[in-house]
Design a protein around this ligand. Structure first.
Ligand SMILES: O=C(CO)[C@H](O)[C@H](O)COP(=O)(O)O
Length: 249
């Protein structure tokens, strides 16, 4: 049986002028986590906000008593230098720090142009570092990245180097409101088959129209921005997304 359904509305589509209230309302409407999109204008062609804003919205949502329970701040770091901000986000109240595989690999290359294959295990070093700071770790891949790059990481014998979640992007990261890419579902299926207990998150274009495809493939953590924040009745949408995932467990 796959892990429980987790609905994580992306606050990228919330009213930034009343973000704290939007966060508490969304949890009250039945969301499990809040998906917090951090963009730096380098890794992706858009900017959002940094740790000071997370610090301000954190008190609006009660933190999970333990683990990745209700109220988890799932911070999706679409940034070129993911290691640089780990401590700041821990301090701001992030529970799950999800960095991009592509950023970790290229920041290693930037630090050391003569990087050896050993150096290229930097995603594992990142995961260990995030765990050392007392957060859960996620690793995300963009649509063009082969999912098989994750095997070596997921199969690490060192527990601290294994991520708590994998995020399969179902749009090119950078903007909300884009079209879901169904061809990303083969990545989800492959992961679910190999790792039955893994938290597999999908992000981009998820809605009542696309949730069945994602749930059939085996995704259990569902990010939805415009579908939730643009809805007349967000509670109903959150409930339907959850029902679709629960129905496949
Ligand atoms: O990471 C993201 C964009 O890079 C967003 O989380 C994602 O696109 C959610 O928005 P929507 O549900 O409207 O597609």
């Amino acid at each position: 049986m796959s892990p429980p359904a987790i609905i994580a509305p992306s606050i990228l589509s919330a009213d930034f002028g009343a973000l704290g209230q939007a966060c508490s309302d969304t949890i009250a409407q039945g969301a499990d986590w809040l998906h917090v999109d951090i963009m730096d204008g380098h890794f992706v062609p858009n900017m959002t906000f940094g740790a000071p804003v997370v610090t301000k919205i954190r008190p609006h949502v009660e933190r999970p008593a333990q683990g990745l329970g209700r109220g988890t701040f799932d911070c999706h770091m679409m940034i070129a230098e993911p290691k640089k901000w780990v401590k700041d986000f821990k301090k701001a109240g992030c529970d799950l720090y999800c960095f991009h595989y592509e950023a970790a690999i290229s920041s290693t290359a930037a630090e050391s142009p003569e990087a050896t294959s050993e150096k290229k295990t930097s995603p594992k070093e990142m995961i260990r570092y995030i765990h050392d700071q007392g957060m859960r770790a996620g690793i995300a891949i963009k649509p063009k990245t082969d999912v098989r790059v994750l095997d070596e990481i997921l199969e690490s014998e060192i527990k601290e180097e294994v991520p708590d979640m994998v995020l399969i992007m179902t749009v090119e990261p950078g903007f909300g409101g884009q079209k879901f890419m169904p061809d990303m579902m083969s990545k989800v299926q492959m992961l679910r088959q190999k790792y039955p207990e893994l938290n597999i998150e999908v992000d981009g274009g998820l809605s009542e129209a696309t949730i069945d495809t994602a749930a059939d493939a085996g995704a259990n953590v569902i990010v939805a921005g415009s579908a939730v924040f643009g809805a007349k009745d967000p509670r109903e949408v959150i409930g339907k997304l959850r029902q679709a995932v629960e129905g496949r467990r």
